[in-house]
Unconditional design. Structure first.
Length: 129
């Protein structure tokens, strides 16, 4: 295929379609999974604020089916798809899952874009001071 604007647009459209298909397939695979357990307030565990937990409490990896202790916090701040504000995603991950982590929203990069991985011990020390 010749390198023209039309061919680049077509390749981009094809890639977007493939990405949508992958996301749909992943969503279909997740339909068999059980919902996360609810806590005593009736909220899913994932919706708890970090403020609800003391910094000394044990934290587990955010990834499904991983019971390893969290060792790092991964933060990514990017522009919302609609362009109407920033989105901040934060996850506590074990060492193995942190190795697999990389920026996922590079299409939402803007002036204040952040992708940061920090050890939890440093964050606890910063909070204490």
């Amino acid at each position: 295929m010749a390198d023209t604007k039309k061919s680049r647009d077509e390749q981009a459209r094809d890639e977007e379609n493939r990405q949508r298909e992958r996301e749909l397939e992943e969503a279909r695979e997740r339909t068999d999974e059980a919902e996360p357990p609810r806590d005593e307030r009736g909220e899913a565990n994932e919706t708890r604020n970090d403020q609800d937990e003391s910094p000394d409490s044990p934290r587990e990896c955010h990834r499904r089916n991983c019971d390893e202790p969290a060792a790092f916090v991964v933060l990514e701040r990017y522009q919302e798809d609609t362009g109407h504000g920033a989105v901040e995603a934060e996850a506590l991950l074990c060492r193995a899952h942190t190795d697999e982590e990389s920026p996922t929203n590079l299409d939402g990069v803007y002036e204040d874009y952040v992708f940061r991985v920090e050890p939890l011990s440093e964050i606890a020390n910063a909070d204490a001071s």
